[in-house]
Design a protein around this ligand. Structure first.
Ligand code: ZN
Length: 94
């Protein structure tokens, strides 16, 4: 009985650890971003990269949008600051 309680406490400690988010906190600058055109409103230079995780003090809110802390597969990594469109960058690059 005591053994079960101990292992549950250990599991909770892992889940609330902020360390797992830290790799998403450093935005990588991509110079080509302002030259992309939004597929919905067809405006150039309005697309922002979406960063998942907690934004740091030096977070660039002009260049990036915050997508939240939940990391899932196939989440949009681009967002239009004009019309609100969001989608995957890979579909725009070709
Ligand atoms: Zn747009």
């Amino acid at each position: 009985m005591l053994k079960v309680v101990h292992s549950t406490a250990k599991e909770n400690q892992f889940l609330v650890s902020p360390i797992s988010y830290s790799i998403f906190m450093t935005p990588r600058r991509r110079p080509a971003l302002p030259t992309l055109t939004c597929p919905k409103c067809l405006q150039e230079g309005v697309l922002q990269g979406i960063i998942y995780g907690m934004p740091g003090d030096d977070f660039d809110f002009e260049m990036y949008a915050v997508g939240g802390c939940l990391i899932e597969e196939n989440q949009p990594d681009l967002r239009c600051r004009d019309c609100g469109w969001s989608g995957l960058r890979v579909f725009l690059d070709d």
